[in-house]
Ligand binder design. Structure first.
Ligand SMILES: NC(=O)c1ccc[n+]([C@@H]2O[C@H](COP(=O)([O-])OP(=O)(O)OC[C@H]3O[C@@H](n4cnc5c(N)ncnc54)[C@H](O)[C@@H]3O)[C@@H](O)[C@H]2O)c1
Length: 311
């Protein structure tokens, strides 16, 4: 049935009232310490993909220290066992599964195994990622496909496997580790940027869908960090480290875990990225490109070496 003028007026009023409410809420929250707002996760089971290295390993350890049960996935079995050993050192509860996240069938099979083992995942952290690090025309087709598969398609399959149980209980959290390369294009990262833009888009649509379903107990967090010193982007240099520093991996992992604990929806690391993204939305494209060029966006990847071996 068509909307009446009275209904439209009511909806407009409601939107205006909520606009003021949300702005006030955001302002007040600035003064409330995060530690007061953190949720208890001692009854939660956290699944971290790509937990064998970098921020995946660090986040897993930090979640375990907060008392959660951990489920670790990685293609590298030895590496996740090392992460598990770290967690067990202080009595953390942890379960490891080898899984190649570029393969949909394998994701569904391993997810089923996790459920059969009696593990009810309530916090899913889609963290595993790879980078080709070549100019677009030099990217082998199979690496473009694999980058899309691991960095974005895997999110679809893991969420499909674990979201239904979260919805039934109206309790859960989906975390997408994307990248600043999911907000702004970078020369030499076409496949990586496309995969991360996809991860950002998936998270945003999921947020709206969950809201439309009224599932206020299932949260989402998308994380867009600038380069982090894990080794994944070994060799990359930042032109203005005072403005856009290479992020310390321990800081990044802590920042992400804290964001999950306060149900923060969007996290850019470092904060100056919020400013750059606002500029991107406001300025004419040629000016945005000029600023990106000045910041080093065209040359970041010239010194890229990456890890010796890609999965
Ligand atoms: N390092 C950075 O500069 C940076 C910046 C922004 C975003 N990120 C993102 O953060 C996430 C973690 O990055 P990191 O720097 O800790 O990387 P990392 O290379 O240290 O860790 C990635 C992990 O993913 C695993 N992995 C790779 N392919 C896999 C596959 N097919 N199946 C299962 N596991 C697989 C690896 O074995 C490894 O343990 C990634 O999604 C990355 O894109 C990283």
């Amino acid at each position: 049935m068509a909307e009446t003028p009275a209904e439209l007026a009511l909806e407009t009023l409601k939107t205006l009232i909520f606009t003021v409410y949300y702005l006030l809420e955001a302002f007040i929250l600035l003064f409330i310490p995060w530690s007061w707002r953190m949720k208890d996760i001692t009854e939660d089971t956290v699944l971290v993909t790509g937990a064998g290295s970098g921020i995946g390993r660090l986040m897993a350890i930090k979640f375990a220290k907060k008392g959660a049960k951990l489920v670790l996935w990685d293609i590298n079995e030895t590496a996740i066992e090392e992460t598990a050993t770290e967690i067990k050192k202080y009595g953390g509860r942890v379960f490891t599964y080898k899984c190649d996240l570029s393969k949909r069938d394998e994701i569904y099979t391993v997810a089923e195994k996790v459920k059969q083992d009696g593990l009810d995942v309530t916090i899913l952290v889609n963290n595993a990622g790879i980078v080709t690090g070549k100019k677009y025309l030099d990217c082998p087709d199979n690496m473009i496909e694999k980058t899309m598969a691991v960095n974005s398609m895997a999110h679809f399959w893991t969420v499909k496997a674990f979201l239904p149980s979260m919805l039934r209980k109206n309790h859960g959290h989906i975390v997408s580790i994307a990248s600043s390369a999911g907000l702004v294009g970078v020369t030499g990262l076409a496949d990586y940027c496309a995969s991360k833009f996809a991860a950002v888009g998936f998270d945003e649509s999921l947020k709206y869908e969950l809201n439309a379903m009224g599932k206020d107990g299932v949260h989402t967090t998308v994380v867009c960090p600038y380069y982090i010193n894990t080794g994944m982007f070994e060799g990359v240099k930042t032109r203005f480290p005072k403005v856009l520093p290479i992020v310390n991996q321990d800081y990044a992992a802590s920042r992400i875990v804290d964001a999950v604990l306060i149900n923060q929806e969007i996290v850019y690391i470092p904060r100056v990225l919020y400013f750059f993204l606002a500029l991107k939305g406001l300025l004419p494209f040629h000016l945005t490109r000029l600023i990106c060029e000045f910041m080093g966006n065209q040359t970041f990847m010239d010194t890229f070496r990456g890890r010796a071996k890609q999965n």
